[in-house]
Design a protein around this ligand. Structure first.
Ligand code: ACO
Length: 434
């Protein structure tokens, strides 16, 4: 049918091909250009992959115009308010919400795997005390691949699911050790009487010499934050995990590659950059100066936590988290050092949302604009923010890796290029070069 294809004509030769159009459950239809090179000898180019679907996926759907985010069909608003991060991780990996029995089994399996090999602990000692936590995450997660390399056959579905569960189980352990290394406190082992998020907080904040009291509101806030960061379609880090994993590399090595990508401030590093920005602004009266800088074409300065490649209306995660952010702050001591920062954040949000520059470019606050404030309110140091993002996004990364490995169209990712270098030329001996 004509409406099911797009006709591409090479005007220089008059040769025409029909490219099929694929329609998903939702979203823009996709033109299948796989035959383009074979038929017309051409590639497509799309810097930043702004209009390129890299795969078929049944995990997450997002509509940037409408501000919709679904995981396995379930709206993020429902998951964030009614589920838990552990349950969402099950949903991402297994495709369905667990029954009560399935959830208990899953939780037990995660508890069973939540320790790391004692030898892995030695890797932390190689890092300076002030090493950036994300560099330790990259290294230690990559190192963890060596502990499960022989036992992980990426062609075996049971091995694949086992390594996925291991990853979900061990990330809080690694993330909390990264923190403990930086502050020089002893590592705390997991406590299986605690839930997933409680365990994470206990491993981070407890010390062996005295009991640590967990605040249910803090646990709930962190749980929700982790849900909001669990997956987000084919973003830069998830695409990295897929590409690295497509060579059949060890999945934990692929996850380490994803952590590297997440580190950048255009991606996961943004929540850290938001807090730094708010501190740099320092006072509400300085906001106009920073807004002017962000709008100045000659200045590369950007307002951190504003804008998103896909959300051009609003980021639904930002709507949820902004509410949570206010709740956490309402509970907070009136003299909290966070109040002035929050005041700057709220004023910045208001001014930017009314400014023509931001309106025209559809630049709205994204999830990172608020997540940093919540993490700071939970006493989590700024340079650890992206580590929390990495722990949460591990669920989405490994779900995407599982899906890719099971895809009947699975093959190594190998993009092509438009070569713009020199034409062929002959080597000139050094003494003959002008
Ligand atoms: N502050 C000021 N101007 C901005 C901002 C910003 N934060 N973001 C985009 N713009 C402007 C650009 O200068 C450009 O203007 P122009 O059309 O006059 O040249 C226009 O808006 C479009 O920007 P692009 O860079 O083309 O948008 P892109 O989709 O490539 O970038 C990105 C998206 C990287 C998120 C960008 O908005 C940004 O750098 N934001 C700040 C960092 C941030 O918050 N990152 C977190 C992303 S969410 C996440 O990873 C969970």
């Amino acid at each position: 049918m004509k409406s099911e294809t797009v006709t591409i004509t090479d005007n220089s030769t008059g040769k025409t091909i029909e490219c099929p159009i694929h329609k998903g459950t939702y979203g823009a239809p996709v033109i299948d250009t796989a035959s383009l090179y074979k038929e017309l000898g051409m590639f497509t180019i799309d810097p930043g992959f702004t209009t390129t679907a890299s795969c078929r996926s049944a995990i997450t759907y997002l509509d940037g115009e409408q501000g919709v985010l679904l995981h396995r069909g379930y709206p993020i608003e429902q998951l964030a308010n009614e589920s838990s991060f552990l349950e969402v991780s099950y949903l991402l990996l297994h495709g369905e919400l667990p029954t009560a029995t399935e959830f208990v089994e899953y939780e037990n399996q995660i508890k069973n795997y939540n320790n790391v090999h004692e030898h892995l602990m030695r890797f932390f000692n190689g890092y300076r005390y002030d090493a950036h936590p994300m560099s330790i995450m990259v290294g230690v997660t990559g190192a963890m691949a060596s502990f499960y390399h022989e036992t992980t056959n990426v062609k075996n579905s049971e091995d694949r699911m086992r390594i996925a569960h291991r990853l979900i189980a061990k990330m809080p352990n690694i993330g909390s050790k990264v923190y403990k290394h930086g502050i020089g406190e002893p590592f705390i082992y997991p406590d299986n009487s605690l839930g997933y998020i409680e365990n994470l907080m206990n491993m981070m904040f407890a010390v062996p010499s005295q009991p640590f009291e967990l605040h249910p509101k803090a646990v709930a806030a962190l749980d929700q934050l982790m849900i909001l960061h669990a997956d987000h379609e084919q973003n830069a880090s998830t695409s990295t995990v897929r590409l690295a994993g497509s060579s059949e590399a060890n999945p934990l090595a692929a996850i380490s590659a994803g952590i590297s990508t997440l580190w950048g401030k255009a991606h996961g590093g943004a929540n850290e950059a938001v807090l730094e920005m708010l501190e740099e602004i320092g006072d509400v009266k300085n906001i106009p100066k920073f807004i002017a800088r962000a709008k100045d074409k000659e200045d590369s300065y950007r307002l951190m936590g504003f804008g998103h490649r896909v959300y051009k209306n609003f980021d639904p995660r930002a709507t949820i988290i902004s509410k949570a952010c206010h709740e956490v702050l309402d509970d907070m001591d009136q003299n909290s050092e966070l109040r002035p920062l929050m005041q700057i954040a709220m004023e910045l949000e208001k001014i930017a949302l009314e400014d023509e520059y931001f309106i025209q470019r559809k630049l709205y606050p994204n999830v990172d604009f608020y997540s940093g404030i919540i993490l700071r309110a939970l006493s989590i140091p700024t340079n650890m923010f992206t580590v929390f993002f990495a722990m949460a996004r591990s669920a989405g990364w490994i779900a995407n890796w599982l899906e890719m490995m099971e895809d009947p169209d699975f093959r190594i990712g190998r993009p092509r290029q438009l070569y713009i270098g020199s034409e062929r030329r002959d080597y000139v001996a050094m003494d003959k070069r002008g």
